[in-house]
Design a binder for this molecule. Structure first.
Ligand SMILES: C[S@@+](CC[C@H](N)C(=O)[O-])C[C@H]1O[C@@H](n2cnc3c(N)ncnc32)[C@H](O)[C@@H]1O
Length: 211
């Protein structure tokens, strides 16, 4: 059982994941699509939001405990080329072992759009805090790096939006079971961004069109 299977319920219930401007934006950007793939579906919030909008959605995730329609990593999607109108991936690319391969696969299986939402890189201390809080964290990318990644996957960025977000700090630690000395060190590393129990971070949403 992977850490993600153990955390599945926490991510299904997480207020931070169930809601957000980015879910509405994904639905807005996907308007007119008939089919979509939700990559790294986790608690299934993107899939649910798109289904509510009338889109036929397949969810995928490597953790069976997340109960995706298809169990697979982003780096190896078992779908034919151009299988979906839209491929979306929210708050997960920073966990991919090979983000170029994951984005390449998303570009391969879409007919038209790839939509990605993720937290932006906020420096070395933030990366250290993220890895300590969650050893499955690989890396956050800067806005510039995201543009290079999209270009490398053959995707033209037709729109990009950033958000200055505040998330509840303690539930963020709790979701990954980060406690004791580790939690204290994480708090120390991001102290300058905690205010009123909330952690400030930057988030990006990118809409890419297949060239
Ligand atoms: C924070 S959760 C996803 C959140 C979800 N997309 C949402 O909108 O609420 C991160 C997910 O990434 C998945 N994941 C980790 N490594 C992955 C990989 N290489 N390919 C695809 N998914 C991966 C985990 O299993 C987990 O379900």
């Amino acid at each position: 059982m992977s850490v993600w299977d153990e955390r599945a319920e926490a991510y299904r219930e997480s207020q931070e994941h169930r809601e957000g401007w980015d879910l509405d934006l994904i639905a807005e950007w996907a308007a007119g699509a008939r089919t979509a793939l939700d990559v790294a579906s986790g608690g299934g919030h993107v899939a649910r939001r798109l289904r509510e909008a009338g889109v036929e959605v397949v969810s995928s995730d490597p953790a069976p405990g997340m109960r995706p329609d298809v169990v697979c990593p982003a780096e190896d999607l078992p779908f034919a080329d151009a299988s979906f109108d839209v491929v979306a991936c929210r708050l997960a690319a920073h966990h991919f072992q090979d983000v170029e391969a994951g984005l390449g696969e998303m570009a391969r299986v879409t007919r038209d759009l790839v939509l990605v939402v993720d937290n932006l890189r906020m420096g070395d201390s933030d990366e250290e805090a993220n890895r300590l809080r969650d050893p499955s964290h690989v890396r956050n990318y800067s806005e510039e790096e995201w543009h290079v990644l999209f270009a490398g996957a053959g995707l033209e960025v037709v729109e990009a939006r950033t958000e200055d977000r505040r998330i509840e700090f303690q539930p963020w630690l709790d979701r990954t079971g980060c406690t004791g000395e580790d939690a204290a060190r994480v708090r120390e590393l991001v102290a300058d961004r905690i205010e009123g129990g909330k952690l400030r971070l930057d988030r990006i949403a990118l809409k890419g069109r297949k060239r």
